[in-house]
Design a protein. Structure first.
Length: 718
């Protein structure tokens, strides 16, 4: 039977078949190959999107092919009925609806196949999103985003796929304006969605190829395509539910539930413009769309748009390099040679985009990276003081391991003039570790900003994909190695300036070794404190307080010692020398085998230091020692004078004794009684043997301590 009897259905089924073959056999295969070659998550997300579009074309092809067969069957039935009516011959039975098998199959497909296909497509969209969200997405979040290989090739290949999708969707959407081909809008709208997804992938590939510092665009596109699949799946289910309550006219072609209204807004913007024009006409009360200005704008809108695009395309050939910048031109994405001279500030020309791209950087501007991320100025805690003992997760810092010396130091005695004992070296620490003693290490939270400028642009742009990340890694490694040999007390105290200078020189050497093309202008230790977790900072603060108290006690004792030594000998140096001489003298005197001349020399040395020596030019000692010596000398003179006086008196007494011994002895006896009984009450009793009474003479010049009894003087004393 000739196909010319149903040319519209034949054409529609052919369009659907071509769309299925093109999207399944050509575009889908190309997308899979690109995904395998480029390792792009965005292109991988487009694969199920392409598969769903191919399935929609296959479903529509089945509907239009069955409708074509039903119309041919209807035509044959009518021809047979007309022939029988013309020949006036009756049939054994009349042909009823039960004989129209193809029509019943078409109705069955419209009633059951389309809803089931819509449900399958909706569940498939949601299942694909759920599978990606719960399996692939956690894997992507746990490691760095995969790097896209060959972004330039991928960009042009995806652009070709998207261009084919765009042209074919526009062709099918034009056919869908006819009522008999309205169902083609489902496939055309979905293919327009494929074209828009390809456009987004092209933008992402372009950012990856020409702007390496914008890799997040590919991430956004990959996530966007996945969420678009979820949105379409939910829309298909909603359309399916609404179709049950939507009134239907007899003979009207059904609207499939997978005919996306969201994609129709994008694929057929003229409908939106028509609605806006009708709303404007209604608001103004006259045909605004029929005015000359609207018609002029409608006529010249496309040429003006094309002219604007061409003007922008032409302007991409002109580049301006600022005064503080240098730049390189990449031709077809290829990096310039290592010895190429960068573009100086000024006006330059290049090929239009995308043939040439410009990479520029400010070579005079000071850039900054921070080892141990510092807080953001916009943070709510930016102006708040931060204490060591308080946790501050909003200021993440780097943990650094440092050496801790022995806390107990041998303080040299000022009497001997020695120097303070040095801290243990690496050999002592190694020996201590071999003995089972733990080697002292400390953890310190640090934040070090590094300010730099670019001195060789080619090395900075093209030697590494992310130079700042390489700089941070090298600086952190150098800081870790360099800090392991530093003293925590010196780093947090007086040695910080030396630490900054030496660390800057060492990091600069590493940067030059790896040819990063930068020059460090400033490096400084910004934060340095113990970890605030688990009371480490509080414990460290208590240790620092104890150390300070110890230092204060030592300094107080040293000051007291200096004060005592100065008061005793006049100066600490004289006291130290005198102490050494006295210790030597005591040692020699305690040694029975000591050489007598050495002992005499030690005694003479002490005497010279105490009393002074004009011959040796030694001044006498001063201070309390000089006072003691002078007091001893005065006491000596006094004692000698007293003894000499006693000797003279004794000589005179001896002469007197020899002249009159009895008189001398009696005088001495009376003098002794007078001196001994001077403060004692005395009673003189005289007796007269011839008298019969006792006479008592009482000296009463001074009153006695107790009252005496009254005595009757007329009565004699018994």
């Amino acid at each position: 039977m000739p196909d010319s009897l149903a040319p519209g259905d034949r054409r529609a089924s052919f369009v659907c078949l071509v769309g299925f073959i093109a999207q399944a056999a050509v575009l889908l295969v190309a997308t899979i190959v690109l995904t395998y070659k480029t390792n792009s998550e965005a292109i991988a997300a487009e694969i199920p999107h392409m598969i769903a579009g191919a399935l929609i074309w296959w479903i529509l092809w089945g509907i239009f092919a069955q409708r074509r067969r039903a119309r041919l069957e209807q035509f044959e039935t009518e021809e047979l009925r007309r022939a029988r009516t013309a020949s006036s011959t009756g049939a054994l039975f009349d042909e009823g609806e039960e004989l129209l098998i193809q029509r019943r199959r078409l109705q069955w497909r419209i009633r059951w196949v389309l809803p089931v296909a819509a449900v399958g497509l909706a569940i498939g969209h949601i299942a694909i999103f759920a599978n990606w969200y719960f399996t692939r997405r956690p894997e992507l979040l746990s490691k760095p985003w995969p790097k896209v290989e060959y972004p330039h090739i991928a960009m042009f290949a995806v652009a070709a796929i998207g261009f084919v999708c765009f042209l074919y969707s526009r062709y099918t959407l034009g056919m869908a304006k006819s009522p008999q081909w309205r169902m083609l809008r489902a496939g055309g709208s979905y293919m327009m969605g494929n074209a828009l997804a390809c456009l987004a992938i092209v933008v992402a590939m372009g950012c990856q190829a020409y702007r390496e510092n914008l890799p997040q665009v590919e991430i956004i596109v990959a996530y966007g395509i996945r969420f678009l699949m979820l949105l379409l799946g939910l829309e298909f289910l909603i359309n399916l539910v609404l179709d049950f309550y939507r009134p239907k006219l007899a003979g009207e072609d059904p609207t499939p539930a997978f005919d996306s209204r969201i994609l129709a807004l994008i694929s057929d913007p003229t409908g939106i413009a028509r609605n806006i024009a009708e709303a404007v006409n209604y608001q103004f009360g006259f045909e605004v769309t029929s005015t000359w200005f609207y018609q002029l704008l409608k006529r010249w809108l496309l040429p003006l748009t094309v002219f604007t695009i061409l003007a922008l395309f032409a302007l991409s050939t002109v580049v301006v390099v600022d005064a503080d910048q240098q730049a390189f031109i990449e031709h077809f994405g290829r990096a310039p040679a290592a010895d190429a001279t960068p573009l100086a500030p000024g006006l330059h020309f290049k090929w239009p985009w995308p043939f040439d791209a410009l990479r520029r950087e400010s070579v005079h501007e000071i850039h900054e990276i921070v080892i141990g991320t510092h807080k953001d100025e916009k943070d709510e805690h930016a102006d708040a003081p931060i204490l060591w003992t308080e946790k501050h997760e909003f200021v993440p810092e780097t943990m650094l391991m440092l050496a801790t010396p022995e806390s107990v130091q041998d303080v040299a005695s000022p009497l001997v003039g020695g120097a303070p004992a040095t801290r243990p070296d690496a050999t002592e620490s190694s020996a201590a570790s071999e003995r089972g003693k733990a080697v002292g290490v400390s953890l310190l939270m640090v934040s070090i900003p590094i300010e730099y400028r670019i001195k060789k642009l080619h090395d900075y742009l093209y030697r590494y994909q992310n130079p700042e990340a390489v700089m941070e890694a090298i600086a952190f490694r150098t800081l870790t190695e360099f800090g392991a040999g530093q003293d925590i007390y010196g780093l947090m105290g007086p040695d910080r300036a030396k630490f900054n200078t030496r660390l800057r020189d060492q990091i600069q050497q590493e940067f030059d070794h790896w040819k990063l093309g930068v020059e460090i202008t400033f490096l400084g230790l910004q934060d340095a404190h113990p970890p605030p977790d688990s009371d480490v900072a509080k414990t460290f603060q208590s240790v620092i307080t104890a150390e300070q108290q110890k230092e204060a006690t030592i300094r107080t004792a040293s000051g007291l010692a200096e004060s005592m030594l100065t008061e005793a000998a006049g100066s600490t140096q004289r006291a130290a020398i005198l102490d050494e001489a006295i210790q030597r003298m005591n040692t020699l005197q305690a040694d029975a085998n000591a050489d007598p001349p050495a002992v005499s020399a030690a005694l003479q040395r002490v005497d010279e230091l105490l009393l002074g020596s004009i011959v040796r030019g030694i001044a006498p000692v001063s201070g309390s020692a000089a006072k003691l010596i002078n007091d001893a000398r005065a006491q000596q003179i006094k004692l000698v004078s007293e003894k000499e006086s006693d000797a003279t008196v004794f000589a005179n007494q001896l002469v007197a004794y020899k002249a009159a011994p009895d008189v001398y002895l009696m005088r001495q006896y009376l003098d002794m009684l007078g001196s001994a009984l001077q403060r004692i009450r005395k009673y003189v009793v005289t007796t007269d043997r011839k008298a019969s009474k006792l006479t008592i003479i009482l000296e009463a010049e001074q009153g006695v301590g107790a009252p005496l009894p009254d005595v009757d003087k007329s009565q004699p004393h018994p």
